[in-house]
Design a protein around this ligand. Structure first.
Ligand code: ZN
Length: 176
């Protein structure tokens, strides 16, 4: 995902001039903010985190998250990423917030949904080398870049997400 400043016009292929303006088509190519979507799953005061398998920030702990692919909705992105990276099927139950400042250039805007586990089996996969539930108060080290500390602080203050529909018992927390 290219989020660093452009040097050439992606449309015309010519080198950009002053202020990132293309001398041929006149378009200004400024570094843009790219939305990504993550999932916050908290069960009994423990948060679902994955360990990044690849650079950047390899080995750092982060929410299951990723970029929107094709025309999928942000909710679909959240469900897909958490399934790919943790094996768990999670139902989004609301938007926690939009957190800027992520990614290697600080230009990723992370939309974070809260979710409850509906099924699946905890197993690290795809871009994650490990996955598990960790204490919100004592998250593992090192945490990934950007807004992760702010997100965890927000989750500590927030009321727990409601598990299941009325009359349906919540699932027990899978062990890490
Ligand atoms: Zn151009």
């Amino acid at each position: 995902m290219a989020i660093l400043p452009f040097r050439f016009c992606p449309r015309c292929g010519v080198e950009l001039g002053e202020g990132g303006r293309c001398p041929r088509c006149g378009e200004r190519m400024v570094p843009r903010t790219v939305p990504a979507v993550g999932m916050a799953v908290v069960e009994s005061g423990r948060i679902l985190l994955v360990r990044r398998r690849w650079e950047p920030m390899v080995g750092h702990w982060a929410l299951p998250a990723g970029f929107i692919e094709g025309h999928e909705s942000p909710v679909a992105t959240a469900r897909r990423e958490v399934a790919e990276e943790t094996g768990l099927l999670v139902r989004p139950v609301g938007l926690l917030g939009a957190f800027p400042g992520g990614g290697p250039a600080g230009r990723v805007l992370l939309l974070v949904y809260r979710g409850v586990v509906e099924g699946g089996r905890l197993l690290a996969g795809d871009d994650a080398s490990e996955a598990g539930f960790f204490s919100l108060d004592r998250p593992p080290d090192p945490l990934a870049w950007g807004p992760h500390r702010e997100i965890l602080a927000r989750l500590r203050e927030a009321a727990p997400a409601r598990p299941g529909r009325p009359g349906r018992p919540g699932r027990p927390a899978p062990s890490a």
